[in-house]
Ligand binder design. Structure first.
Ligand code: MN
Length: 416
């Protein structure tokens, strides 16, 4: 639904918002922050280089209550904020004291995440990663029938800008496993999906209602220890190779802000099976996809020391998702599993079909066999200590103002 909040001509009296690549007045993402003086985290909305405090919206130190209120309440809040922050608004004088310089604030993980599930819907990633292990049969037979996922760890989800330690774990060696620092540390470029109202246990969410349970989106970096993962993942799936850290961008970009950038779900290639009826909905097929440019950038100590620009390591798009976010919600709850407000999904690595779109180092360096060369003279097979990965997302469409997600940044510290 498009309305005056998407009008590309609307400008804000917060001047840094006008022309801002991520947070013009057409975006209005929600977040949880602490101003420079400290204190209890507060709810806020990003507008240009500033955060407008939303009084009374952060309960129990999180945005869970706000997320749980659902689409109508979110849309009403958006309409109110858009009008109040628009040029010429009579509320400018009242709201000015509630503006904070975003660069001086601390941004937090905005929801109290009860459960985190990571999916695997990037079909080019699933194919490229599968090829490394099974050249003749990269996609397992269930892939085109089931939105594959695993239950991740919520406790180690950290906000952008938080550094984390290289994990230690069991590494397979010819003479038997050793315990040591991960030697194949990787990143994964993903979209995060925040759950809104949710469902009672035993009551699945039908596909036609699934979109109403999505409260917003962020960027998500599913840091992965490929050596720990390769040794431990069979038969029950990812465990300590993933659970040491997951970074997210702190702003929740709402479905309303992304309305102009929805696209039809790209048609399945000829010969692919149709999804089962509980995953099929005409409206979802017509509007359930997203056109969002996704990028990953690498900053190494060598690039930084020489003042060189970050190196772009992936250039992809959210349109490369084989399953829609609504299909993920419907499938997750289809067995009666209850989803709660503030739960978080990861999409899975969203790689493009070509080499420049490979959104993990596993793919880009072919399992570490084809190192990446950087302008600093450095080479990378996997991430080294001091390396920083930055994820970015931009939604663009002719006739509309582009909006972005803000950065998702994380830096690798040496193993303890
Ligand atoms: Mn992942």
């Amino acid at each position: 639904m498009l309305d005056e909040t998407h009008d590309p001509k609307r400008q804000s009296w917060v001047l840094s918002a006008n022309g801002h690549p991520d947070f013009p007045i057409q975006n209005l993402p929600l977040g949880l922050f602490t101003p420079p003086g400290g204190g209890v985290p507060r709810a806020g909305v990003a507008i240009g280089d500033a955060i407008l405090e939303l009084e009374g919206e952060a309960q129990d130190g999180s945005l869970n209550a706000l997320l749980g209120r659902g689409g109508q309440a979110r849309q009403a809040l958006r309409a109110r904020l858009s009008a109040a922050l628009a040029k010429g608004s009579a509320e400018q004088a009242r709201l000015t004291p509630l503006l904070h310089d975003a660069s001086a604030c601390t941004l937090h993980v905005p929801g109290r995440i009860g459960d985190y599930t990571d999916f695997y819907v990037g079909i080019h990633h699933a194919t490229a990663a599968g090829k490394l292990f099974r050249p003749d049969n990269p996609l397992l037979p269930n892939y085109k029938h089931v939105p594959i996922g695993y239950h991740g760890r919520a406790s180690s989800i950290i906000p952008s800008g938080t550094a984390f330690r290289r994990p230690r774990g069991q590494l397979a060696r010819p003479g038997g496993p050793e315990f040591g620092a991960c030697e194949k540390l990787d990143y994964e470029l993903e979209i995060g999906i925040w759950i809104g109202p949710g469902n009672a246990q035993g009551t699945p969410i039908p596909i036609a209602e699934a979109a109403a349970h999505i409260a917003g989106f962020c960027l998500l970096n599913d840091w992965s220890a490929r050596d720990i993962q390769a040794w431990e993942y069979q038969p029950l799936g990812p465990f300590l190779g993933k659970s040491f850290a997951t970074s997210i961008s702190p702003w929740i970009v709402t479905p309303e802000a992304l309305a102009p950038f929805r696209i039809a779900q790209p048609p399945r290639p000829p010969g692919d099976p149709a999804p089962l009826p509980y995953l099929t909905d005409a409206e979802d097929q017509a509007r359930g996809g997203f056109d969002i440019a996704l990028e990953a950038w690498l900053v190494t100590p060598g690039l930084a020391a020489r003042g060189l620009a970050p190196h772009r390591i992936a250039d992809s798009n959210a349109r490369h998702m084989y399953w829609t976010v609504a299909q993920m919600v419907a499938h997750h709850s289809s067995n009666g599993c209850n989803l709660n407000s503030g739960d978080l999904f990861g999409s899975g690595t969203i790689s493009g079909p070509e080499r420049d779109g490979y959104a993990s180092l596993l793919e880009a360096t072919q399992g570490g066999t084809q190192p990446m060369r950087l302008a600093s003279g450095e080479e990378r097979r996997f991430l080294e200590d001091g390396d920083e990965v930055i994820l970015r997302a931009q939604a663009r469409r002719t006739g509309f103002l582009s909006i972005g997600f803000g950065e998702c940044r994380g830096r690798v510290l040496p193993a303890a």
